[in-house]
Design a protein. Structure first.
Length: 234
């Protein structure tokens, strides 16, 4: 993907790329490629693919939510910062927390945030279940890109979402995941606000974005541990 193609695709998402945002993405891309030579962060290593499969793909979340109206966002299993770091670049109004259990990836993100001169971003090396103990019912939006199956992801992530907030899962083309998570979604009294199915431009691979709304507060004393969640649905 060329820069011009990227810029035009962003217009289809109603995003106008600024010169500052472009500079930040260029620094992001260059640092990711260089860092990936000694630390395995991503299998996507070409500049054109980073722009399409990481930067643009992260921003497709805007198909289901207006992030200018939100305040706090947690990105679970953020990896090399997708979508969380990209969203922070385009939506500086967001107070973003990047969460990953892999220390090598959070170390990369801390160095990246210095290069991009982003101070008001939180990077945590931990698991979602542990973070829940201190931040239950906290975030307006929780995102997760290619993290676990929908059933497990929903039960693990939703306690971190505040009442009337959203869990937004960015998936590949597996449209069956939502059906498989139906029992969990029902038990947790969640609302399926949107299921957006589309193809990633140029390469035409399938994508699904699932947006769930949380209707009740979570009770810390009633949450199951991770091994229970994985073993059996609610």
């Amino acid at each position: 993907m060329s820069f011009e193609e990227f810029k035009e695709l962003l217009k289809s998402l109603n995003i106008e790329l600024t010169f500052n945002q472009y500079n930040m993405l260029e620094k992001y891309k260059d640092f990711l490629i260089e860092y990936n030579k000694h630390t395995n962060l991503t299998t996507i290593k070409e500049a054109k693919d980073i722009y399409l499969k990481h930067f643009y793909d992260s921003l497709t979340i805007t198909k289901v939510i207006d992030l200018t109206k939100e305040t706090t966002l947690l990105d679970i299993g953020t990896g090399a910062g997708f979508p969380g770091m990209v969203l922070k670049i385009f939506y500086p109004n967001l107070k973003v927390t990047l969460l990953d259990s892999n220390n090598k990836k959070t170390t990369f993100l801390k160095e990246l945030s210095k290069i991009l001169e982003i101070d008001d971003i939180e990077i945590i090396n931990d698991r979602a279940e542990e973070l829940t103990k201190d931040r239950i019912n906290t975030y307006d939006v929780v995102t997760a890109r290619a993290v676990s199956n929908m059933r497990v992801l929903t039960e693990v992530s939703m306690p971190l979402v505040k009442k009337n907030g959203y869990l937004i899962a960015l998936k590949g083309g597996n449209t069956e995941e939502l059906a498989e998570a139906a029992r969990t979604i029902n038990k947790l009294n969640l609302t399926i606000e949107k299921e957006e199915n589309f193809k990633l431009p140029i390469e035409e691979s399938n994508r699904t974005i699932i947006k769930l709304k949380k209707n009740n507060l979570s009770d810390l004393t009633k949450l199951r541990n991770y091994s229970q969640i994985v073993k059996k649905s609610l």
